[in-house]
Design a protein around this ligand. Structure first.
Ligand code: PLP
Length: 368
C-alpha cells in the first residue's frame, strides 16, 4: 500500500466544477482583490466562528502580524507564545520588534502549560498568543482569567483549529483578536495562500481592514503605516465553497481518530494527545508520542506510509532564534524528539488506517 501523509484529492475532486465556475465568475466580473466574493466569505466565516467580524488577509503569518499591529504591539513589548508551535507564531511577534516570551508545553495536552504562564508575565507583557495545537483548544478559561488579571490581550492562533470548540464556543472567538491560516493543508484550506482575522470589536476590525490595505480606508488616504496583505477574490470564492463542507470533514476527521485509537489501543510504547473534557478538537493532526520514533518512522516509510514530525526543530532551537540558545524547554524538546504525525485527512480509508495501525503494532512486538 502507498498512503501519503496528506492528500487533498478526495476533498477537491467533487468540488472541481464549482471551483471552475467561481474562477470564470471572477474573470467575467473583474473581481480579483477584495471585492464582493471576499466580503461574502468574510461574512460566512464570521458566522461560522460566531464572531462579529472576519477579515480576509494574505496568509496566517500576516493574520498574526496584523492582529498584533492592530493592538498597537510595538518594539520591545513582550508577547507570551508557546514553545511548542509552528515558528510563524514567534516570527509575527519578532517582525514587529516585539519579544516572544516562550512558555513550555504541558506533556499530555501538548498545548501551552497554563501553570507556567504567570512566571513569564512582566510589566512589559502586552499579549498572549495561545495556539490550539493539532486542533485541540487550550484551556481558555485559565487564559482568560490571566488576561483579565494582568490586563494583557489574547490573540488566538487558530490555524490548526477551524471548528474546534471550548465550552460551546468556537476557536477564534475567545481572544480580543484572532488569527488563522487557510494554507491548503489546514482543515479549511484555500488553493494557495490565505488567512483571516476574527474579532468582536468594531474598532479592531476597522484597524485590521486598514492595515491589510496600506493603512487606507479611502483610496490614496493613509491613516496608518499599513501593509499589503489582501485576500484574493478567487481564493475567497474557493474558501466559501469549501466552508460549507468543513463540519462534515471535521466529523470525518473525528471518526478517523476514533478508528486509530481503537486499532492502536494498549500499545504501551505510544501515547495520544490527551483530550480536554470541556473541548472538542478539530483533529487537524493525529500526533503520537512514540518510543523509538525515528526507527518507527523509517519502518512505516518502508511500508509506504507517509508521516511527518510537528515539529522536528522547535523555534527556540532554530538558527533564526540564536538568542534563545541557552534557554531550555524540555517538554517541547521531548515532543520534537518523540512525536510522529500519522496520515489524517477526509477520504482516508478504514483499511488504510488498519494497515497503518497494524504496522505500528508489529514494529513494537518485533522490537520487544
Ligand atoms: C500554518 C500555521 C501558521 C501559518 O500560516 P501560513 O498561512 O502558512 O502563514 C501559523 N500558526 C500555526 C499554528 C500554523 O499551523
Amino acid at each position: 500500500m502507498n498512503i501519503p501523509f496528506y492528500n487533498l484529492k478526495s476533498t477537491h475532486k467533487p468540488l472541481k466544477k464549482e471551483f471552475l465556475e467561481a474562477t470564470k465568475r471572477a474573470i467575467s466580473n473583474n473581481d480579483y482583490i477584495l471585492g464582493k466574493s471576499v466580503s461574502n466569505f468574510e461574512k460566512k466565516f464570521a458566522d461560522y466562528c460566531e464572531t462579529k467580524h472576519a477579515i480576509g488577509v494574505g496568509s496566517g503569518l500576516d493574520a498574526l502580524k496584523i492582529s498584533l499591529k492592530a493592538l498597537n504591539i510595538e518594539k520591545n513589548d513582550e508577547v507570551i507564545v508557546p514553545a511548542n508551535t509552528y515558528i510563524a507564531t514567534w516570527l509575527a511577534v519578532s517582525e514587529l520588534g516585539a519579544i516572544p516570551k516562550a512558555v513550555d508545553a504541558e506533556i499530555n495536552s501538548m498545548n501551552i502549560d497554563i501553570a507556567k504562564i504567570e512566571n513569564s508575565i512582566t510589566h512589559k507583557t502586552k499579549a498572549i498568543i495561545p495556539v490550539h495545537m493539532y486542533g485541540q483548544m487550550c484551556d481558555m478559561d485559565a487564559i482568560t482569567a490571566l488576561s483579565k488579571k494582568h490586563k494583557i490581550h489574547i490573540i488566538e492562533d487558530f490555524a490548526q483549529a477551524h471548528g474546534a470548540i471550548y465550552k460551546n464556543k468556537k476557536a477564534g472567538s475567545w481572544g480580543h483578536v484572532n488569527a488563522t491560516s487557510f494554507y491548503p493543508g489546514k482543515n479549511l484550506g484555500a488553493l494557495g495562500d490565505a488567512g483571516a482575522i476574527t474579532t468582536n470589536s468594531d474598532i479592531i476590525a476597522e484597524r485590521v481592514k486598514m492595515i491589510r490595505n496600506y493603512g487606507s480606508k479611502e483610496k490614496y488616504k493613509h491613516e496608518l503605516k499599513g501593509i499589503n496583505s489582501r485576500l484574493d477574490s478567487i481564493q475567497a470564492a474557493y474558501l466559501e465553497i469549501k466552508l460549507k463542507h468543513l463540519d462534515t470533514w471535521n466529523k470525518e476527521r473525528t471518526n478517523i481518530v476514533a478508528l486509530y485509537k481503537k486499532h492502536l489501543k494498549e500499545i504501551e510504547e505510544i501515547a495520544f494527545q490527551e483530550e480536554i473534557p470541556q473541548g472538542k478538537s478539530a483533529y487537524h493532526l493525529f500526533v503520537l508520542r512514540a518510543k523509538n520514533r525515528d526507527k518507527l518512522q523509517l519502518s512505516l516509510k518502508e511500508k509506504g506510509i507517509g508521516t511527518l514530525i510537528h515539529y522536528p526543530i522547535p523555534p527556540h532551537m532554530q538558527k533564526a532564534y540564536i538568542e534563545f540558545k541557552n534557554e531550555r524547554f524540555p517538554i517541547t524538546e521531548n515532543i520534537a524528539s518523540n512525536s510522529i504525525s500519522l496520515p489524517l485527512y477526509p477520504g482516508i480509508k478504514e483499511k488504510e488506517i488498519k494497515y497503518i495501525s497494524k504496522a505500528i503494532r508489529l514494529f513494537y512486538t518485533k522490537k520487544s
